[in-house]
Design a protein around this ligand. Structure first.
Ligand SMILES: Nc1ncnc2c1ncn2[C@@H]1O[C@H](COP(=O)(O)OP(=O)(O)OP(=O)(O)O)[C@@H](O)[C@H]1O
Length: 263
């Protein structure tokens, strides 16, 4: 379980996040949305242990986050810079396995297994620059999954992809999540995307000093379907609530209880 207690964050004297408390139960896919510049990426960087919390605490299964936690993986929007161009796709994906002491053949076999899973069978020997943007982001997702993370942080991972590729990768993410039940914190500025992929959507107020404006369970039927789910009246109602919260921030609300598990 990921838990944020009264978390505040600053850059120098600039207050970015103020008094954020959230509990994310194991296996939940939590989406975080909010106006540009409110501090969504800062929140993820703090949870990832890349920035020390200025005030408050973050714990994972009761252990305080004081550096980059074990079994954490992060996927960023900028796949072009996160993959190493001189390595093959397979070796990019296998890279995190070096720390686990596996032999090269074992690392490669595991990487190929994950590549099959993300729909990149046959791409193992190519280089990232020989792939489309969507394929490169699939490689980045495969690399994040190869160590079987217990917590996956995603920072606008599909933000620079075209609409069709984005939908394909949203469905890939949902499929992976349905199978692995990894806890995922997914930052997006896309309100529809947050409702489509999330078990729960948290909206932050504009900064400085962003707080939780809305904490909303998403109780849409699973498995989700791009046309069917987005056509549901419940989807439209949730999207409207999230959209209103993004545009007209309401006073901070109490966080959802841990019992609000995955749908
Ligand atoms: N390394 C940094 N040093 C100083 N200020 C920073 C740094 N990174 C971000 N900021 C500032 O902190 C605030 C929050 O930035 P952050 O990137 O977390 O917001 P965001 O909600 O993810 O934005 P966007 O939706 O546009 O990606 C902004 O005012 C930004 O300018």
């Amino acid at each position: 379980m990921l838990r944020l207690d009264s978390l505040s964050q600053h850059y120098g004297d600039q207050l970015v996040l103020h008094d954020i408390s959230l509990t994310v139960p194991d296996g939940q896919l939590l989406c975080v949305v909010g106006p540009s510049g409110c501090g969504k990426s800062t929140l993820l960087r703090t949870v990832a242990g890349l920035l020390p919390a200025r005030e408050g605490t973050i714990t994972i299964d009761g252990t305080p986050v004081t550096g980059v936690p074990d079994r954490l993986a992060v996927v960023f929007q900028d796949y072009g810079r996160s993959l190493l161009p001189w390595l093959t796709v397979r070796d990019n994906v296998a890279l995190p396995l070096r720390r686990q002491g596996l032999r090269r053949a074992e690392r490669r076999a595991e990487a190929e297994r994950i590549l099959d899973r993300v729909g990149l069978t046959g791409a193992a020997r190519r280089h990232p620059w020989q792939l489309s943007g969507g394929m490169q982001q699939r490689v980045a997702i495969a690399r994040a999954l190869v160590c079987r993370p217990s917590l996956l942080l995603m920072d606008e991972p599909f933000g620079s992809l075209d609409a069709q590729t984005r939908e394909d990768l949203e469905d890939l993410l949902l499929e992976v999540h349905r199978t692995d039940r990894t806890t995922i914190v997914f930052v997006t500025h896309d309100i529809d995307e947050s409702v489509y992929v999330g078990d729960r959507v948290v909206v932050l107020t504009p900064g400085p000093g962003a707080k939780v404006a809305l904490d909303l369970p998403v109780e849409l039927p699973c498995p989700r379907d791009q046309l069917g789910t987005r056509g549901l009246p419940e989807f439209a109602a949730l999207r409207t609530r999230v959209g209103r919260a993004v545009r007209t921030p309401s006073p901070a609300v109490r966080p959802a209880t841990p019992s609000g598990g995955p749908t």
